[in-house]
Write a protein that binds this ligand. Sequence first.
Ligand code: GUN
Ligand code: FE
Length: 428
Amino acid sequence: MTVALQLDRAAILHSLADPAVVGVEQSYEYFEDGVLVVKNGQVARVGQAAELLPTLKGVELTEYRDALITPGFIDTHIHYPQTGMIASYGEQLLDWLNTYTFPTEQQFADKAHAADVAGIFLKELLRNGTTALVFGSVHKQSVDAFFEAAEELNLRMIAGKVLMDRNAPDYLTDTPESKELIERWHGKGRLHYAVTPRFAPTSSPEQLSLAGKLLGEYPDLYMHTHLSENHQEIEWVKQLFPERKGYLNVYDHYQLIGPRAVFAHGVHLCDEECQRLAETGSAVAFCPTSNLFLGSGLFDLAKLERHGVRIGLGTDVGAGTSFSQLQSLSEAYKIMQLQGKKLDPFKSLYLATLGGAEALYLDDKIGNFESGKDADFVVLDYKATPLISYRMQQVTSLSERLFALCMLGDDRAIKETFAAGQSVHRRD
Ligand code: GUN
Ligand code: FE
């Protein structure tokens, strides 16, 4: 077997642990003039150029100036069928679903349409340097189209067919029969399957029960849904499931919580629910641009952190207004400010990379540059725009530099994206 060795030289930064657990200074590793050594699509080594280069003479070297290499960003909640309806005006969650989302998702019964949108979606995702946990539509063919496109690029992706059998238009209701998709895609290359009930209101108790059974039948399946996003939604869940203690308890009752269960939003969780999420190893996707766009509320990161809940960052496009994780972090910072709290730039880096990997139980494969992990990374450009370039001339520390990138950056700040060592997006 031929060994494909490649070297990338730039400033390199990656997270080692959650700053909330180990303190900011211990949470990351930084090489001002660093080299990332990639072997057969995996990280072989990372270190100072002066130390590593002499041992690697003759190997092809790519040098990036005014650039920062970080692990690929991980989007822990996004809807690919909603790509074309991003930025739809005027409604909060339940009316937004009825007015825009359901009619848009209906179009995914057509496999050719699904394939077109999957292509557009993945291009956009890679402009922003992400791997993702993705909602399809209720149609099997939507998931086939998505996985076919992701497989071609050798991306690490998790996706699933939406389950809905009530409180949605007839054209979008379906049964939870996802076995064919699971057998076709789960564990194929870098692809994983997620059992995906849309949210408690659109599934009958029977469907939730079948979803729980399905999870038990295959190893390492994901569970992906929405939780506690909007006050009206929470009231509706209480009416639909009066016998349950609360929203999370509905999912708990049907055995839909635990490791690899990811709940989008969790904006209005009580202490008991946070506790339950933490003790079961479940994760929450914090979706800042969506929570602001739909007027859902202010996510209490500090509270979930205090309870030890696994937290990833999500864009939640089409309710989210940007595919950019940098934009998500910028809005996350402001959400914290409105609650009198700070979001340290190294915590931001952690949330977008290793924290997301831990939320998805993929931290043995992605999230930072430990040897043996997939070489999924992005090259960030300190000269992406005239303003970013000028701001970077004023900064005096790595922390300030990282913070300015998070506040001002978007897809323009990503020069190149690599998946398993292969370039999958180049900006210029
Ligand atoms: N709750 C149920 N479905 C959805 C959806 O598509 N987007 C968001 N943001 N919340 C939901
Ligand atoms: Fe969502």
